[in-house]
Design a protein around this ligand. Structure first.
Ligand code: SAH
Length: 256
């Protein structure tokens, strides 16, 4: 069953006990790859206590300073959010996302993100996700304990893997651009939009977030990513007057 390679990423978990419980939740469902971004208590005895037999998941857990590191190479990123957000993709059901994650993780690394106990995921972190997952809980009290949320999602991942259910087919023969490539693209896009003075409106952040949302929906493949970067590079060359055509014209005007 293809569950081993799915990354469960806990972003800045505050309590070691929750990390231990999450490890146990994962192992009961056949998941192993735990990534911790900046855990507040680590290593910590409470984690092993709560892991109770899932110590191997803890021992092999990878600890990162940044989310970028945890997402290195990932072609699919989904994030769990207890809140519904104004500016984000419409939330998917855990079962829907689980099918997608199981299917795609056979081709490239997939990461499932969980937020901090108190404050969840930041908007910037949600913006890194291709899909947002919401567990449809009691609307008056919808925030599950972190490890409980990991349990629900891990269960769905296992069911999806067991069912081998038909899942949405990949849109392209190329692998998707990785998380870090898309970060580079968004940084490059922002630089160019500032240089061409498109980004001088009241609230450039909102525009950049909208564009991110669009690209998260579109999920450019590796080839499309290269094209997008190439377009940006050409815009920059155009501004610097270094395009081949511009250089040729300059030579001709120089009276050669
Ligand atoms: N008060 C926080 C809740 C954090 S709970 C907030 O408002 O966001 C810790 C993490 O567990 C969340 O970041 C999310 O990843 C997961 N989680 C808890 N309840 C969830 C739910 N109903 N749906 C999806 N994820 C949930």
């Amino acid at each position: 069953m293809k569950l081993q390679d799915i990354r469960i990423v806990l972003v800045e978990p505050q309590l070691a006990a929750n990390i231990g419980s999450a490890a146990r939740a994962m192992k009961t469902m056949g998941l192993h790859e735990l990534h911790l971004v900046n855990p507040r208590q680590w290593p910590h005895a409470d984690a092993s206590t709560m892991a109770s037999g899932a110590d191997d998941v803890l021992t092999e857990a990878r600890v990162h300073d940044t989310l970028d590191q945890a997402l290195a190479g990932a072609g699919l990123v989904v994030g769990l959010s207890a809140r519904t957000r104004n500016l984000s993709s419409p939330a998917e059901l855990p079962s829907e996302s689980a099918r997608r994650v199981v299917m795609e993780s056979a081709r490239y690394p997939a990461a499932v993100l969980f937020g901090r106990e108190r404050t969840g995921l930041t908007n910037e972190e949600v913006d890194r996700c291709h899909r947002v997952v919401h567990i449809p809980a009691n609307p008056d009290y919808s925030s599950l304990n972190l490890a409980a949320a990991v349990q629900v999602m891990s269960y769905e991942l296992r069911q999806a893997a067991l069912a081998g259910a038909p899942a949405p087919q990949p849109a392209s023969e190329w692998p998707p651009a990785t998380a870090e490539q898309m970060e580079q693209f968004h940084r490059h896009l922002e630089e160019v939009l500032v240089r061409i003075e498109f980004l001088r409106q009241e609230n450039p952040r909102v525009l950049m977030r909208r564009l991110r949302l669009m690209f998260n929906r579109a999920r450019p493949d590796h080839n499309e990513y290269q094209i997008l970067r190439g377009i940006l590079a050409h815009i920059e060359m155009g501004m610097e007057g270094t395009l081949p055509g511009q250089r040729k014209r300059a030579r001709e005007q120089g009276g050669e």
